[in-house]
Design a protein around this ligand. Structure first.
Ligand SMILES: Cc1ncc(COP(=O)(O)O)c(C=O)c1O
Length: 404
């Protein structure tokens, strides 16, 4: 029997790579808009965007032009020198979020490491013991030690203890426990949270909770850090998810969609907070190099165009309404949650098999928190491709039967 290309690729993976990822049986070699093509040139609708990374889809001309032009000019010079690309990307972030200062990183976890270190310097400026950071159950902030210690999900932290001290995990959306902690503990320097827990199953913060949490932070002189790594860069129909809640965070962290596929993250803070990173206190070799920031500029310019985010909101609304309507015919669906193109469908059973069935049928989706199917296509996806993906997804949901 002829060996399939995918089997050869999988065998090499087993031979040469760490086996820490549970990979699905496809190897994508090309992308076009919101389609991916595998080793056999089979086409798939992309409802995953590489974990919300490919914000402008695949082969977006503004992005690839910017990357090509920058590659021809200069890839890297280091943070020992000024960078026009960093300046421009940071200016866009200040205009799209709030006026402040930006520090570029290579990933989301590094952006959160930066936020944690900055919060500690801020706290320690008033007292050496003021380094506690409150985070929440169900959260995910990354896999390096600081961000992992902030992460509330036990499965991410398991086996790596001792973790970084100073993190307090409180129940998400429980204002009373937050108030109690802040009133009883004078050593808290920051509260750190996602407003939609992405890896936690697309769980939304209650508006009342976060508005009151912000007020408590102000009263106690504590920083509010919003992790926008998954929700930022237009994913929810606004540049940042916090903008739906009418709050004013002190620090934001970004990554994923920022470079549209080129690895780049960022930490953005009010100037009066950013000043705690004095010269020499923090840094990175690669963070925000010319290539990464040229990509970020192209993404930010596109996202910032008039009407772009409204379209994201409209497309998300369409998908959510279709999924809610589908609930009638597909009892496997328990709940549909999300904002913009950051959507979770909670089902009544583990979703891993369903993800494989979708892949077989030509649709890339993902399952998080065991039972939540995530739909987060490129922000540029068009209605035709949405309908094509939804037709496959609907068939699979209906075909599963289920419910009680
Ligand atoms: C909310 C959030 N924060 C941080 C991270 C970590 O980002 P990275 O994988 O780029 O380190 C993730 C990744 O999924 C995330 O969803």
């Amino acid at each position: 029997m002829k060996t399939r290309k995918i089997d050869t690729i999988a065998a090499d993976d087993g031979k040469y790579l760490f086996q820490n990822y549970g990979r699905l049986p496809a190897c994508f070699i090309r992308g076009e808009g919101s389609y991916l093509f595998d080793q056999d040139n089979r086409r798939y609708v992309d409802f995953f965007a590489g974990i919300a990374v490919s914000s402008l889809g695949h082969g977006n001309s503004a992005l690839t032009r910017a990357i090509h032009a920058q590659a021809d000019r200069l890839l890297h010079s280091s943070n020992w020198f000024f960078s026009r690309e960093q300046n421009e990307a940071a200016r866009h972030i200040s205009e799209l979020a709030f006026p402040g200062k930006t520090l570029f990183t290579n990933s989301g976890t590094e952006a959160n490491e930066g936020a944690i270190k900055l919060a500690r310097l801020f706290g320690k400026a008033t007292s050496p013991e003021r380094y506690h950071i409150i985070a929440f159950t169900g959260s995910f902030h990354g896999r390096t030690f600081g961000a992992m210690s902030a992460t509330g999900q036990e499965k991410t932290r398991k086996g790596f203890d001792p973790l970084l001290p100073g993190f307090i995990h409180l129940p998400y959306n429980d204002i009373d426990s937050l108030r109690k902690e802040l009133e009883g503990n004078g050593n808290v320097c920051a509260v750190m949270t996602e407003l939609i827990q992405g890896e936690g199953g697309i769980k939304l913060a209650d508006k009342e909770f976060i508005v009151r949490a912000e007020k408590l932070c102000r009263e106690h002189g504590v920083l509010l850090i919003i992790d926008e790594v998954q929700t930022g860069i237009g994913r929810t129909g606004k540049f940042c998810v916090y903008q739906h809640f009418g709050i004013k965070p002190d620090i934001l962290t970004f990554a994923k969609g920022l470079g549209g596929g080129v690895p780049v993250g960022a930490l953005h803070a009010r100037a009066e907070v950013a000043k705690y990173f004095e010269k020499g206190t923090h840094g990175t070799t690669f963070g925000g190099n010319h290539l990464a920031c040229a990509a970020a500029v192209a993404v930010l310019k596109t996202i910032g165009k008039k009407g772009f985010m409204d379209q994201v909101a409209r497309k998300g609304e369409y998908i959510r309404s279709q999924l809610v309507a589908l609930k009638e015919k597909a009892p496997i669906i328990r709940e549909v949650r999300g904002m913009g193109l950051h959507i979770g469908v909670e089902i009544d059973r583990p979703g891993a098999e369903l993800v494989k069935k979708a892949l077989d049928a030509g649709l890339v989706i993902n399952c998080t928190a065991e039972k939540v199917i995530r739909v987060m296509p490129p922000l540029t996806i068009d209605m035709k491709t949405i309908r094509e993906g939804m037709a496959i997804l609907s068939k699979i949901f209906i075909g599963e039967g289920g419910g009680i």
